[in-house]
Design a protein around this ligand. Sequence first.
Ligand code: NAP
Length: 311
Amino acid sequence: MPATILDGNKIAAEIRAEAADAVKAMSSAGLRPGLAVVLVGNNPASEIYVRGKVKSCEEVGIYSEKHTPSQNVTTDELLALVADLNRRNEIDGILVQLPLPPQVDSKKVLLAVDPAKDVDGFHPTNVGFLSTQRPGLIPCTPAGIMEMLQRSGIKIAGSEAVVIGRSDIVGKPMAMLLLNANATVTVCHSKTRDLAEVCRRADILVAAIGRAGMVTRGFVKPGAAVIDVGMNRVTDPAEFARLFAGNAKREETFRTKGSVLVGDVHPEVAEIAGAITPVPGGVGPLTIAMLMSNTVKAAKMRRGNFTAAAD
Ligand code: NAP
């Protein structure tokens, strides 16, 4: 039986609607949440991401502002900008779009963001809150995956979960969230021996690798929930054929655009998984939705009146 498709667009719309309701209530109490986005230089991918984030703020009713220092900005100039945003009460969330140019000390800049406004959840204070199960801000992509699992009725407590990837942004916080939700968690990486065998133990398999279609049928226990975080652009015809031969819709896209977007999971996995996220339309939409939700949460936690969100 083919896998249930976990529709990220639908779940993201639910999360955005909930955020919009909260923003409405807070705004009428004079506490409209605000997000500041810092976009340095002219990286085309970053510009697209930031445009999506600002548009989402408009839809949900969050105040947003964009700061666009030039490509040759210094670390000190960025630190001054962050300090100013930290000081302003109407700004609840600060997002510094990565990557920053090579002359900038990125770690220093990220560390300067007030943890209470760190809507990306990257600050070590928030990492510590997550690992000690205290209320804090959680990185958007893994937080979105937890929402997807919970809202789709996928059992987490007592399950075997395997996370492939150990980045600070996805793999590690994902593993911590699953552990906090009482899964038995294994984290894999490029040095893991017998990767496919380890993955076959998983009731929940999360792939956050950055390698097109690496997770094939042999990695997956029949009936498992498979979450595909990867976003890889395939341009090589042989690689395309390995992944999508016989898929008329994708062949048409490849012919017209010269590339297709593919996850870390091979499409054949949909034949044996119990549930699976598509790419595009799976994890991606949840990431921005959770940024909205994190901005609302940051505003509630920081600006009194509303009790701190412990969720
Ligand atoms: P990353 O920092 O490059 O981390 C990749 C991880 O995969 C590393 O831990 C690496 O192991 C592991 N890995 C690489 N090759 C492997 C192999 N052959 N076998 C086992 N493990 C391997 O990437 P990331 O930032 O976590 O992102 C992962 C993917 O998710 C990318 O495709 C990215 O574009 C995508 N992403 C999507 C969203 C979204 O919203 N949908 C958000 C963030 C990221 P080592 O640690 O040993 O090097």
